[in-house]
Write a protein that binds this ligand. Structure first.
Ligand code: F6R
Length: 608
């Protein structure tokens, strides 16, 4: 949801900024721009469209020797994508330039005031209002000016600010949107996310709400809104720069799908000790979850779908009732929360605005919150009572794959841990499940190694505008994610339907050749699924069956068959999602879609 970067040091700033923006494009790609603080004042270069448009523009007018600047990649909120609405924005006298991630909620009111004082605006954005305001307030004291602006600006922001008369300095301010400061040797950075600076440094600090900072090549000072200097701990990134590169794959999404055997082991293995789930390394006593009267999982999008898979496991093997809620609904509907409830908050980025708001609401109501997060030290990770990290490395493709699989696998491990703590598992059952955790990555390896077999089905799906996914129980949870993957990257409309529900209306949409992806991995409902597949087959559907072992009856009347390795049922639905990720990927590539950056989307949704 917009990515910002800033640099001050000894290198040419323009290539550093463009390189950094290339790692932030997942946050928005409606336009890109940079501002450089030159001896002749602040110079802004900005272009509607992908970062490559800006890079081509800069190549035609190289700007060498300037070592301080700001960059921005935009996901449009206020004002359509255009050159004029692109960031950086400047004050009318060009004394100030800013880049912004977030929404200035009182921008209309501020704009009217500034217009009343004769300020003319060049864009429709809320951000320009902040730029004009800061320039208007500027009295030669940058930090005091930023502090005054901080009080006047409503809403959320991560801001990078240049003052034309402060040639080496960058300023930053943060409220409700992420901002880190990368710490180098004789150079320092600001960025929305760590991958943007990894090429230069692994050391960074995370700004907190209310923080402002003055950054020079040699020094970083963080202040609170009273302008008192504050200390923030220095963190070291666990990833290296290669983790944020494609590494020879055609797309980040393909690379990230192929990382899944490794990332599954990374999330599971450290939490398995003496043949049982063990979360003591995370500082979490499983009794918190196993003693809960009810679990409440709140998340958005794919993270919520991972929660649906988790619900199946928590209820079926641990006997703990669980509600799964969309954060954007949950936070506004005054939900009834019963005593003894424990909340699970899931977020890859750890910054999703609705999920964060739900977390805060739960904490206000005294509900203990366990967060499952990928990005270390993100806001959700910092604010939750307990955090379990995914350790999946940076996920750059906008459509999540490896983080989803890690979230879903970690929920299974928590469910098995809770079932064990409640004394519900026989030694043989526990052993079977623990073996399942070792087999899940092996099953995923097999899916990836034999991905060619998905091609015929993916090519057929690529030709249509509508597709259906059907499944039951955990497979129903799995298809919600399969369907989302197909829609978001290939732009093929699809529906995920509980297989038994189709005949209550939607089966009327199945006609000759309609692709139906039937996921049937749960042996307890094999016969029911067989009937449902027959029902769609009888209406002319072209059926791709993703199944476990012993599904011969269903296989006999399906058009394409994707058999998964024989692993316990509890794990098969998770594995089936990887098949659907790959099918969506192939279908999108076949249609010529921009897989890593689907239209209108952004990875980190930091606005509501
Ligand atoms: C879809 C996708 C999104 C995210 C959702 C939540 O592929 O990635 O649906 O799952 O925006 O994001 P996080 O997990 O960062 O809170």
């Amino acid at each position: 949801m917009c990515g910002i970067i800033g640099y001050t040091g000894f290198r040419d700033a323009a290539p550093v900024l463009v390189e950094g923006l290339s790692k932030l494009e997942y946050r928005g790609y409606d336009s890109a721009g940079i501002a450089l603080n030159t001896a002749d004042g602040i110079k802004v270069y900005k272009k509607e469209g992908r970062l490559s448009v800006l890079a081509d523009h800069l190549a035609s007018k190289p700007v060498d020797g300037i070592t301080v600047g700001l960059g921005h990649t935009r996901w449009a909120t206020h004002g359509a994508p255009s050159d004029a609405n692109s960031h950086p924005h400047t004050g009318r006298c060009g004394k100030v330039a800013i880049v912004h991630n977030g929404i200035i909620e009182n921008y209309m009111e501020l704009k009217a005031q500034l217009q009343g004082e004769g300020v003319c605006f060049a864009s429709e954005t809320d951000t320009e209002v902040a730029a004009q305001l800061i320039e208007k307030l500027y009295d030669g004291q940058p930090l005091a000016t930023v502090a005054r602006a901080y009080e006047l600006l409503g809403g959320s922001f991560a801001l990078g600010i240049l003052f034309s008369d402060r040639p080496d300095e960058l300023y930053a301010a943060k409220r409700d949107n992420p901002l880190i400061i990368g710490l180098g040797e004789k150079e320092n950075f600001i960025a929305s996310d760590i991958p943007a600076v990894l090429k230069y440094t692994k050391r960074y600090i995370v700004l907190e709400d209310g923080d402002m900072a003055c950054i020079t090549p040699d020094k970083v000072t963080v202040f609170n809104t009273k302008l008192e200097a504050v200390e923030r701990p220095v963190q070291t990134a666990l990833w290296d720069a290669d983790a944020a590169e494609k590494g020879g794959y055609a797309h980040f999404m393909l690379k990230e799908m192929h990382e899944q055997p490794h990332t599954l082991r990374a999330v599971l293995n450290p939490r398995i000790k003496n043949g049982t789930p063990d979360f003591t390394g995370d500082g979490l006593n499983i009794d918190l979850i196993s003693n809960a009267s009810r679990l409440l999982l709140v998340a958005c999008g794919s993270a919520m779908h991972a929660g649906l898979l988790g619900k199946n496991a928590f209820e079926s093997i641990a006997g703990i009732p669980m509600d799964v809620e969309l954060a954007s609904e949950f936070r506004y509907r005054n939900p009834a929360i019963s005593p003894g409830t424990v909340a699970l908050i899931i977020s890859q980025s750890g910054e999703t605005a609705d999920t964060l708001a739900a977390l805060r609401m739960l904490k206000e109501r005294g509900v203990p919150v366990v967060a499952i997060v990928n990005v270390v030290a993100s806001t959700i990770a910092r604010e939750a009572d307990h955090v379990l990290y995914l350790y999946a490395g940076p996920e750059i493709a906008v459509a999540t794959t490896k983080a989803f699989s890690s979230q879903a696998a970690l929920l299974l491990l928590l469910a098995v841990g809770a079932a064990n703590a409640r004394g519900l598992l026989s030694p043989a059952q526990l052993e079977e499940y623990m073996e399942g955790f070792a087999l899940l990555p092996v099953c995923v390896e097999d899916i990836l190694a034999n991905a060619d077999r998905l091609m015929p089905s993916a090519k057929e799906i690529a030709k249509v505008d509508d597709a259906f996914f059907i499944g039951r129980c955990a497979d129903y949870a799995a298809i919600t994610e399969g369907s989302l993957k197909l829609k978001e990257i290939s732009y093929i409309h699809s529906e995920a339907y509980a297989a038994g529900e189709l005949k209550h209306g939607t089966i009327s949409l199945i006609t000759e050749g309609t692709p139906v992806i039937a996921v049937a991995t749960q042996t307890a409902v094999y016969e029911k699924m067989a009937s449902n597949i027959r029902e769609v087959k009888a209406r002319g559907a072209n059926v791709t069956l993703i199944c476990g072992a012993g599904a011969a009856a269903m296989e006999s009347f399906s058009d394409h068959i994707i058999r998964l390795l024989p692993i316990p049922d509890l794990f098969l639905s998770n594995a089936a999602v990887v098949v659907m990720q790959m099918m969506a990927y192939y279908a999108a590539v076949e249609r010529g879609c921009d897989v890593d950056k689907p239209r209108n989307l952004t990875k980190s949704v930091t606005v509501e």
